[in-house]
Design a protein around this ligand. Structure first.
Ligand code: PLP
Length: 645
């Protein structure tokens, strides 16, 4: 795989500098690295020799006529995540001599795309893994898609139909276990089981006293929406035992919330649940499975801390803790070790997709002018003062110059509002002011440190890079919960990036921006990017968008689903396994009840009208309608291709 063009390089800057700047080693989990040509590489099995060049791939897709933005899913990463879950638990089970097995059930709410679920099923099969459904539609999808012996766990609130479906599957011999979230659901299970003449397999979710921390802490604890309190559970167990059905209660479940950053919370939840498990077992429940729910985090920002976008533990440590604590509690109580289940969704899916988007243009905040020449004498005094400030700027007086410049600019604006400063002088004043700010920023960069009050300058002076994507469609958690995702260019990484940037999307919403980044080892308000030249492609990737982002994304401004391609690598060859085309204009309009036929008819009428009035000729009328019809079938995002009729 050789690049066709020789990369531009910067003296004293290497791809290692880029790797460090974008913190790749911290968050990449060995899946991502940089080629000697300065392009982004993906190694789905973490073997550097086996790499997919993202830039080459994107160029190939462009030749096929596929426009950016494109979501790229690396099937090999999904396979590797599943393998790692299995390996980590196998290691822990081995180490501790645990007397049972582990099973991961993938909660499809994390990413229900058929291609994704199929991959998870195909690669999880060899480890005996299963899936989790949290609603009727999810259950109906997985009941048909899974193998006969694959476990399916059913969480979420359930009605008659949901439970009937689960029991129909049980009657077919499938391991489809409904987890009781409310007492009334157990009533339904017992009713349907009796009608169908089967002995049901039942799971129950317990409300633990332990709460998670962070964003989703309300998923656990006494006030959680879900599950039975311990006292309710005891009452229901007594009821089952009375019916001679204690053995039907086979699975105990809990879930403390997603992206648990601190391992201590998980530990206490596991301990508490294990105690409940052994007590229920000894009271006569036929428990076989302990399901520890989700919560296993992903280190989005690579900081290895218990902050919202990170976690202070590894997958191996998680596996060790689950196995060790369950085993210790069971051994103490002389209760057989359960089959361990975890519903890890984010940890399986997050890394496997990236969104590649192109930069459309840049708005710079003022420019750095070193030689402005002399000002005409008749210019107002504060404009001259700005000029003098700029002229006098040195590393020793930056703070004073900055204060003077602020005062002068304010005076200029007051004069302007009062009608005493002509427009062209105002423009010069603003140019001078920003030139001073840029000058201070440059001196700061050379000194390595700016005084506190000037630290915001990087952000104030940053360029806005407009990227061809919708934040609301493709990374909603950046907007909704301020989650960080790593973002970096997919090429030019052998060149030094010199611009401080924030990203703007193409929605007409001022919230459609990204101004939190992982850059230079910390959370940063700007991202270093390369100078953008109009007409030259400049492409960025948002990493780790495989969990939750697709399904939570919405149609703000009617930007639809992006194209998605599934890619894998075999024997060094990169293969595009499938291309799922994104929404067309006509499809997104259909979601909000516009019918193509009616739209075209209406336009046709308007064109007819114009024809009658003599403002269009027949050829122009035909061209207008043909163009409209064709546009309805196109991608909702901006295209670099020439509009053709
Ligand atoms: C959302 C959810 C999960 C998935 O959690 P992750 O943190 O993504 O692994 C698992 N179980 C239940 C009950 C959930 O609601």
């Amino acid at each position: 795989m050789s690049a066709t063009t020789t990369p531009t390089t910067t003296p004293n800057w290497t791809v290692e500098n880029s790797a460090e700047l974008y913190d790749i080693e911290r968050w990449s989990d060995d899946y991502f690295h940089i080629s000697d040509n300065g392009t982004l590489l993906v190694s789905p099995n973490r073997n550097r020799a086996n790499a997919i060049d993202v830039k080459e791939l994107v160029d190939r897709l462009d030749q096929r006529g596929l426009d950016l933005p494109i979501l790229i899913r690396f099937n090999g990463i999904l396979a590797d995540r599943l393998k790692r879950m299995n390996d980590c638990f196998a290691e822990a089970i081995n180490q501790h001599g645990f007397q049972n097995r582990y099973c991961c059930v993938f909660p499809i709410k994390v990413n229900q795309q058929r291609d994704v679920v199929q991959q998870v099923i195909a690669h999880g099969r060899q480890y005996g893994f299963g899936v989790e459904a949290g609603s009727k539609p999810e259950l109906l999808a997985v009941v048909a898609m899974t193998d006969p012996d694959m476990p399916v766990i059913c969480n979420g609130f359930k009605d008659d139909e949901f439970i009937h479906m689960a029991l129909l599957a049980q009657r077919m011999g499938r391991t489809v276990i409904p987890v009781v979230e409310k007492v009334s659901e157990l009533d339904l299970i017992l009713k349907h089981a009796e009608e169908m003449g089967i002995r049901p397999t039942i799971g129950m979710r317990v409300k633990l006293a332990t709460r998670g921390t962070g964003r989703w802490q309300a998923s656990g604890g006494y006030r959680s929406k879900f599950g039975l309190t311990v006292s309710e559970m005891l009452a229901q167990l007594d009821r089952l035992i009375e019916l001679g059905m204690g053995d039907c209660f086979q699975l105990l479940h809990f879930h403390v919330g997603s992206q648990v950053g601190n391992i201590r919370q998980l530990k206490s939840a596991i301990l508490e649940a294990s105690r409940i498990y052994v007590d229920l077992f000894r009271r006569g429940a036929g428990l076989k499975y302990l399901d520890v729910g989700g919560g296993l985090g992903v280190d989005y920002d690579g900081s290895q801390t218990d902050t919202d976008s990170s976690m202070n533990y590894t997958m191996q440590e998680y596996a060790n803790d689950v196995v060790y604590h369950v085993q210790t509690v069971c051994d103490e109580a002389e209760v057989p070790h359960p089959t361990l289940i975890s519903e890890s969704g984010r940890a399986i899916a997050a890394q496997h997709s990236i969104l590649v988007m192109d930069i459309l243009g840049v708005t710079a905040q003022g420019k750095f002018q070193s030689d402005l020449g002399e000002l005409p004498e008749e210019y107002e005094q504060p404009v001259h003062d700005l000029w003098l400030s700029l002229d006098s700027l040195t590393s020793r007086n930056i703070q004073q110059v900055f204060h003077d410049a602020q005062v002068s600019l304010e005076l200029c604006m007051n004069l302007f509002s009062g009608g005493y400063l002509p427009l062209e002088q105002r423009v010069i004043a603003e140019d001078l002011y920003f030139a001073i700010c840029h000058g201070i920023q440059k001196i700061g960069a050379e000194m390595g440190e700016l005084p506190d009050e000037l630290r915001h300058l990087d952000r104030t002076l940053s360029d806005i890079y407009f990227a061809n994507f919708s934040l609301f469609q493709s990374m909603p958690d950046s907007w909704a919960i301020d989650q960080l995702f790593p973002i970096m260019p997919i090429h030019r990484l052998a060149e030094k990036p010199t611009r401080h940037a924030v990203l703007g999307d193409i929605t007409c919403d001022s919230d459609g921006k990204v101004d939190g980044f992982i850059c230079g080892g910390k959370r940063s308000r700007t991202l270093m990017l390369h100078e953008h030249t109009v007409g030259q492609p400049y492409q960025l990737a948002v990493m780790m968008v495989g969990a939750y982002q697709e399904i939570l994304g919405d149609l703000h401004n009617l930007f639809g689903d992006t194209h998605a391609v599934h890619v894998d690598i075999a024997d060094g060859n990169v293969k595009v396994q499938s291309i799922v085309k994104g929404d067309t204009v006509q499809e997104v309009l259909g979601y909000v009840q516009y019918e193509t036929r009616e739209l075209v008819d209406k336009l046709q009428e308007a064109v007819e009208d114009a024809l009658q009035r003599g403002v269009l000729n027949n050829e122009q009328a035909g061209e207008t309608v043909a163009f409209y019809e064709k546009s309805l079938g196109n991608y909702t995002y901006l295209s670099h291709r020439k509009a053709a009729t």
